[in-house]
Each structure stands twice: as C-alpha cells, then as structure tokens.
Design a protein around this ligand. Structure first.
Ligand code: SF4
Ligand code: F3S
Length: 106
C-alpha cells in the first residue's frame, strides 16, 4: 500500500485524489489518508503531491513508519474523498514545517 505522511498535515493539496484509479483516499479536517486494503500500488499519487507526502510502505523513511498504522486507522473512520478541492488556506506556509503530527485534527 501507499501511505500519506506528515507533510500533508495542514496542507491537504488533494491533487492525489484526482489521479487515484480506485478512489481510496479518505479525508479528515487537515489530512488525507489511504485505505491500505483498497490501494492497488499504482504509484500515480506520489509524483503529483506538491508536498511530496506519499510513499510506498516499503519506501517509508524511518521516521515516518508510524504513518502506516495511522493511515489504516483513520481510513476506517473518515469519509471517502473522490474529487480534489482547494488546498487549506495556509498550505504554502506549512509545507515543509517539521513536527506537524501534533497539529493533526481527527
Ligand atoms: Fe491510489 Fe495508486 Fe496512490 Fe494507491 S498508489 S493511493 S491506488 S493513486
Ligand atoms: Fe496531502 Fe499531497 Fe494529497 S498534500 S492531500 S497527500 S496531494
């Protein structure tokens, strides 16, 4: 499966949603996640994310491994998103900021 990691938080550009052939993205207030049982590992989403937040599970940086569990958990709670929308208003300012997990809203 592919995994959305920390730099999506407070950016939520949503370009990833438009290219996913199986619509397996789920939306929270300031973060998106991928449903691990639905992702077909097509790799379409990784290159289109302006925040470079999406990795294949096997390529996850060591400090992002906990996001695999988080995607699994939150994709069962949040609603499906199938069309892109405007990024969050301060997306550009938050892009690249470290430690954004503490800002995650559920
Ligand atoms: Fe969707 Fe493909 Fe990305 Fe999986 S790898 S989330 S199927 S676009
Ligand atoms: Fe997030 Fe990147 Fe998609 S910022 S919403 S994973 S395009």
């Amino acid at each position: 499966t592919y995994v959305v990691t920390e730099n999506c938080i407070k950016c939520k550009y949503t370009d990833c949603v438009d290219v996913c052939p199986v619509d397996c993205f789920y939306e929270g207030p300031n973060f998106l996640v991928i449903h691990p049982d639905e992702c077909i590992d097509c790799d379409a989403c990784t290159p289109v994310c302006p925040a470079k937040a999406i990795y294949r599970d096997t390529d996850l940086p060591a400090d992002m491994k906990h996001f695999l569990e988080l995607n699994e958990e939150l994709s069962r709670l949040w609603p499906n998103i199938t069309d892109s929308k405007e990024p969050l208003p301060d997306a550009a300012e938050w892009d690249g900021v470290q430690g954004k997990l503490s800002h995650l809203e559920r």
